[in-house]
Design a protein around this ligand. Structure first.
Ligand code: IDP
Ligand code: MG
Length: 174
């Protein structure tokens, strides 16, 4: 019998190993206009190792764009960023998989495409730091907020849950 103290202390360790997560990804307006959408989704399908739960094309309103990029409000490029994000349709998506947030960030590549590694989406499709083809959530809290913001109509009640393997370990330890 393992003590409750031990159970409590083990859970965060198990969670950090393997998590089924959801993330919000979006093909940005400039890439959408260049018809790069299919190529980007193909890379996600082939390389992300996750499944797409939802996908829709829409032009973000000023309000949506400002909420989405609220963390950058004080940055000098904020105005340009909002103008860009509201300039036409984006393809907003929710993807689910093991550690999908970090894996998607890796597959996206560096924010500045000059620093993006070979084989990444930004290396293949981005033109500049302000026209860098794709957005992806950077942490589980931002993923949860962004999914609620962009898919208010969908009921994604569980944003992140432990893998089956981790759940079994947790059950076995109680
Ligand atoms: P991320 O998209 O890789 O998460 P963030 O730092 O969150 O990068 O920045 C959000 C977006 O703002 C970037 O994708 C990029 O389009 C734009 N951005 C970031 N830094 C600059 C900059 O120095 N000049 C112009 N645009 C920028
Ligand atoms: Mg970001």
């Amino acid at each position: 019998m393992i003590s409750p103290f031990c159970v409590r202390s083990r859970i965060p360790m198990i969670y950090s190993v393997s998590m089924t997560q959801k993330t919000f990804l979006a093909v940005k307006p400039e890439a959408f206009k260049r018809n790069d959408t299919v190529g980007i989704v193909k890379m996600l399908e082939e390389k992300l190792g996750a499944k797409c739960l939802a996908m829709k094309a829409y032009t973000p309103s000023q309000e949506l764009a400002e909420a989405h990029y609220a963390v950058h409000r004080e940055r000098p490029f904020f105005g340009e960023l909002i103008t860009s994000f509201t300039s036409g349709p984006i393809l907003g998506m929710v993807w689910e998989g093991e550690n999908v947030i970090e894996k998607a960030r890796e597959l996206m590549g560096a924010t500045n495409p000059e620093q993006a590694a070979e084989g990444t989406i930004r290396k293949a499709f981005a033109k500049s730091i302000s026209d860098n083809a794709i957005h992806g959530s950077d942490a589980s809290e931002t993923a949860e907020n962004e999914i609620k913001l962009h898919f208010p109509e969908a009921n994604f009640s569980v944003i992140a849950k432990p893998s089956a393997e981790a759940e079994n370990l947790i059950k076995a330890s109680v």
